[in-house]
Write a protein that binds this ligand. Sequence first.
Ligand code: PPS
Length: 306
Amino acid sequence: MARLDVTETFHSIMFPGHMHTKDSLNYATKFKFQDTDTVIVTYPKSGTTWMQEIITLVLGKGDPTIAQTQPNWVRAPWLEQYYCADVLKGSTGPRIITTHLPCQLLAPALQHSKAKVIYIARNLKDVSVSYYHFHKMANFLPDPGTFSDFLNDFLKGAVHYGSWFDHVNGWTSHAKDIHNFLYITYEEMCQDLHGSVQKVSHFLQCPLTEDELILAQKHCSFNSMKENTMVNYTLIPQEIMDHGKGKFMRTGKVGDWKNTFTEEQSRLVDDMYSSQMTDSSLLFKWECPEKTARPLMTINTSESHT
Ligand code: PPS
């Protein structure tokens, strides 16, 4: 499939036509989840690939063999992308499924399922900067123009996969309706990777020994993943992702937005955040946290309820 210039619009949300079709999107919304499935849910640039790696390593008890030999899109395919059905047909054992779909499109399919859902959120200033840079290298996304142009579109939700506000609000407010739900943030993962891997292993009911935990943590560090061709997207041809224009594993930091945002842009986002997250109890970290084992954000619903 090429369709690099095609935008697929589905329920008023834009998706890159390169990987999405009406059929693939319909397939996702009607998907029959199995109770043994683990589903990674994110708005783009929020830590998707990182969680794919963490889960692979947790299930492998820290052994990096699968992480180093199978591309992430094979071991944890995106449900809404056209190749997913074929990948899942060939899968044996518990499935890891990834999705960027907003809650309103996927919640009905998950409603009666006991699949384990992990939602990862990241503060929207860092997401916007990461997404901007990704637009510059990914030839299946539109030219973002200047950061200021992009930020305007991003805040309006006029970007692929829709609005960050709708995504985060939608999934977190539906957390209580999902049988097995774990909420975690990119910032928490940065601050306490060891604790985050442990949290995921508990949620997946796959306890690790301390040695296994340390091994898993080592292989999902930014530096390790940056060199891993199975997750750094260097296997993707240049005409689709141009690594001369940027790296997928770019900075991996909290608070990098400060290098791009003007004070005015920062105030604009703060104002929008206050007005659009009024019903939310989420507390995002906007700056690089001290490395401690303390969790960084709270949510009204219990983080994991089984
Ligand atoms: S995508 O395209 O939606 O799948 O992107 P996603 O994987 O969600 O997000 C990419 C950003 O996550 C960073 N990343 C990491 N940060 C810290 N540690 C680890 N191990 C890690 N793995 C991925 C990646 O660098 C992107 O963030 P930015 O800010 O652009 O560096």
